[in-house]
Design a protein around this ligand. Structure first.
Ligand code: SF4
Length: 401
C-alpha cells in the first residue's frame, strides 16, 4: 500500500503546478524555505489511506476481502486515535461511491489503478506524481482525485486544473501502448464541501497541447528562470510569499499607486468590485508579512520599527483532579463546577458519522440560512439578494454584542 505521508515531493510537483506554471522562478526560490506540515495535512493523509483501503477492497476483493479491510481500518483507527473522526468513514464512502458509479457506466470492464505513481519525465525534468485513482473506460482515461479539505476557500475545480491534467498526461504515457485513448476525463471529489464533485472532460489533442505548455514552463522553472508573476491564487501557498520582493512590490503598487489616490470622492460599484479583488491579496500579504516578521523578531533578528511581545495569557489548573477534589470539599456544588452543554448537530455528526447521525436525528434538525457573505462571482453557490436583509443581519450582530 502507498505510504501517503512519504509520497515524495518532486521539485516541480503536480500539486503545485498552478503555481510554478504561472510563476516559473517560484519553485527554486521556495527551496530556501523549510517544509511545513500541518494537522490538516495529517488528517488528509489518514483519510486518503482509508479511502485507498476501501477502493482496493471494492476492486480487488479476492486479494483484499472484507475481513482484511475491517482489520486494516481497525488498525488505522488505533494508530491514529488522535486524528480519527467517525465522519471520515462516510466521506470516504462518498469517494468510493463516485468511483463505483463511474466504473458501472463504463462501456467495457474498466482497468483500475489505485495510487498509481505516474512518470512525468516526458514533460517535467525528474517529474512524477501519484494519482489517487485511474480508470480506463473504453477509449477514455478517467483520473479521480480525492481531497479531504473542508475549507470552502480551498475548493478546487477540475476544469483546466493543471494537477489533474498532469496526472492524466502521466496516465496516458503509462497506458498509451496498451489502450487506444481518445478522451480524458478528470474528477475532483471533495466530499466535505457541498457540491464538492467536479468533472471536466477534454480531448487527447488538447491534453497533449497542455503538455507542450508544461514542457516550456518546466524548462524555465527548473532553471529558476522566467518572470515572477504575483497574484492572489498563485502566491497563496508559496513558501516565499512573506518575503518575495515581486509580491511585495505588486501589493504596494496596488495599495498606494497614484491611480488609487486620485479617484473622485465616490467610487462606482465597478471600482468597488475591482478594489475588493485587488485588496484580497494585499490583506493576505500583510498577514504573511506579520507572521514572518514575528518569526524574525523571536529569532532575535531586528525588524526595524517592530518587536515581539508576550500576548494575552490564559489561566489553567495545575492539577485538575486535585483542585476539583479541594473545591468539592470546600462545599462548592457540582452545578457550579461543571458546565453541561448540549452537543451541536455538527459535533454529533462528527462523533457518530453521517449515516448514524441522519438516522437518529431526522426531523429534529433545524436548518438556518447563513448570514449573507460576499464571495467572488466564480463561487459555485447561487447568488442571493434578500434571504436575510442586511438590516436583519446587522441587528443579529448587534444583539450578540
Ligand atoms: S510569492 Fe508569488 S510572486 Fe513570489 S515567488 Fe511565490 S508565487 Fe511567485
Amino acid at each position: 500500500m502507498m505510504d501517503h505521508q512519504n509520497r515524495g515531493h518532486a521539485l516541480l510537483g503536480p500539486s503545485k503546478a498552478y503555481q510554478w506554471m504561472a510563476c516559473t522562478p517560484s519553485a527554486r526560490l521556495e527551496e530556501e524555505f523549510p517544509d511545513t506540515s500541518s494537522e490538516a495535512a495529517a488528517e488528509g493523509t489518514l483519510a486518503h489511506e482509508l479511502a485507498e483501503l476501501k477502493v482496493r477492497n471494492y476492486f480487488y476483493s479476492v486479494e483484499f476481502g472484507k475481513r482484511k479491510l475491517t482489520a486494516a481500518i481497525k488498525k488505522k483507527k488505533k494508530e491514529h486515535a488522535d486524528l480519527w473522526q467517525e465522519e471520515m468513514m462516510g466521506y470516504t464512502d462518498d469517494y468510493l461511491d463516485f468511483i463505483k458509479s463511474t466504473a458501472l457506466v463504463s462501456p467495457t470492464e474498466p482497468y483500475v489503478a489505485i495510487e498509481k505513481q505516474v512518470d512525468l519525465t516526458a514533460y517535467i525534468p525528474d517529474g512524477f506524481g501519484t494519482a489517487d485513482c485511474i480508470l480506463i473506460c473504453g477509449d477514455t482515461i478517467h483520473v479521480i482525485d480525492f481531497k479531504y479539505g473542508k475549507n470552502p476557500n480551498g475548493r478546487v475545480s477540475a476544469e483546466h486544473n493543471p494537477q489533474m491534467q498532469l496526472y492524466a498526461l502521466g496516465a496516458y504515457e503509462a497506458y498509451r501502448m496498451l489502450y487506444t485513448i481518445k478522451r480524458v476525463r478528470m474528477s475532483i471529489v471533495q466530499p466535505r464541501l457541498p457540491e464538492g464533485i467536479t468533472t471536466w472532460e477534454t480531448t487527447l489533442e488538447e491534453l497533449l497541447a497542455f503538455g507542450q505548455v508544461v514542457k516550456e514552463k518546466a524548462a524555465l522553472a527548473i532553471e529558476g528562470k522566467g518572470e515572477f508573476s504575483p497574484a492572489e491564487k498563485t502566491c497563496r501557498y508559496c513558501k516565499a510569499r512573506g518575503k518575495c520582493r515581486a509580491r511585495a512590490e505588486e501589493n504596494v503598487k496596488l495599495a498606494f499607486s497614484d491611480g488609487f489616490r486620485k479617484k473622485p470622492p465616490l467610487i462606482t460599484n465597478e471600482e468597488m468590485g475591482n478594489y475588493l479583488r485587488q485588496g484580497t491579496d494585499i490583506a493576505k500579504w500583510i498577514s504573511d508579512l506579520q507572521a514572518i516578521a514575528l518569526k524574525e523578531c523571536l529569532a532575535g533578528n531586528e525588524v526595524p520599527g517592530w518587536k515581539a511581545v508576550e500576548g494575552r495569557g490564559s489561566r489553567d489548573w495545575t492539577d485538575l483532579d486535585q483542585v476539583f477534589a479541594h473545591l468539592t470539599e470546600a462545599g462548592i456544588p457540582d452545578a457550579i463546577l461543571w458546565e453541561r452543554k448540549p452537543i451541536t448537530p455538527a459535533a454529533l455528526e462528527k462523533a457518530l458519522g453521517k449515516k448514524e447521525y441522519v438516522a437518529q436525528t431526522e426531523g429534529y434538525v433545524l436548518k438556518k440560512p447563513g448570514k449573507p457573505a460576499l464571495v467572488p462571482a466564480s463561487d459555485k453557490r447561487p447568488a442571493i439578494t434578500n434571504k436575510i436583509s442586511a438590516e436583519e443581519a446587522f441587528k443579529e450582530e448587534n444583539d450578540h454584542e
